[in-house]
Ligand binder design. Sequence first.
Ligand code: LMR
Length: 333
Amino acid sequence: MRKVIWAAASIVALAFAGPALAQSPIIIKFSHVVATDTPKGKAAEKFKELAEKYTGGKVKIEVYPNSSLYKDKEELEALQLGSVQMLAPSNSKFGPLGIREFEVFDLPYILPDLKTLRKVTEGPLGAKLLKLLEPKGITGLAYWDNGFKEMSANKKLVTPSDYQGVKFRIQSSRVLQAQFKALGSLPQVMAFSEVYQALQTGVVDGQENTWSNIYTQKMHEVQKYITETNHGYIGYVVIVNKKFWDDLPADIRDQLTKAMKEATDFNNAQSQKENDDALAEIKKSGKSEIIKLTPEQDEAMRKAMEPVYKDAASRVGQSLIDEFQKEAKSATN
Ligand code: LMR
C-alpha cells in the first residue's frame, strides 16, 4: 500500500514538475574581462536585452564583466569545458588555443582606420578566420570593435629609443611580443585583470591599450604619460561553445543570431564614441600627460616596428599577411 501511495505521489510530482522544467530558461553565461562601461561591456548588455526579448524569455543571458567569473586564459578553457557558453576575447588572446592567425590584427599600423577593419572582418578573410575555431569546439559569431591602442608609461615615450629597457605588459600574442622586442622593451604577458596593480606596484612600467580600457581600469591614475600612437588595434571575436550552439533548437538559434547581429551593429556604431569620451575624461582628470607625436616622430615609430612583419610571417603566415593587406588596401581605394 505504501508503495502504491509513493508511486502515485511521484506521478503527481512529475506532472507538476514537467511543465515547470520545460519552461526553465536556457542559461547562457557570457564572461568578459572589461568594465560594463566600455564598448564590449555595453554590447554584451545589449545582446542580453535583445536575446531575452527575441526568445520571449526562453533564454536568459548572465553577463559576468570585469573578470568576475574568469580571467583571460581561464575563460577560454572554461568555454571549451562548457562551464561558460559565451565570451568575447580580443584577437590577441587565441594563442593559448594554438591559433595564432588572429594575431594578424596585432601587426603595427596594419589598419589605418575602422572602415578598413570592417572590410576585412566582414569579408572572406574574416569568415575564414572564424572557421579556424571550429576544430577547437568553438563557433565564432561576430567581430566587435574596440579601437586603436595608445602607449602608456611612467616615462615620456616619444622616440623609439625611449622604449629601450621599459617593461611592458602585453596580451598573450607573439606579434605583440615581437613588437616590443623590436623597440628594445621587455614584454611580459599578463591577464588584463592584473594590469592596474602591476602598474601601480611597478611590476611593469607601461602597457598599451584603448582609451576606454585605460580609463575604466583607472590606468591613467598610475601612469604619468600616455602617448597617442594609435599603432595597433584591439577588437574582439564573440565566440560560443560549439556543441552548446549546435544543440540549441533551431528557432532559438535564429533568434540569438538576430540579437547578435543587432548587438554587433550597436557595438560598432558606439565604440568610437566610447573611446572619444574616455579620452575626454582622462584629459579632464589631469592625471596623465597626453603626448601627441609629430609626423616625423610617428614615422620613426612606424620604421622601428617594421621588423615585426618579418617576424610575424613565421607565426601567422606570410600569405595571411598578404591577404589581409590586400583586403585592407581594397577598402581604402
Ligand atoms: C587587454 O587584455 O588589454 C584587452 O584585450 C582587454 C579587453 O578585453 O579589451
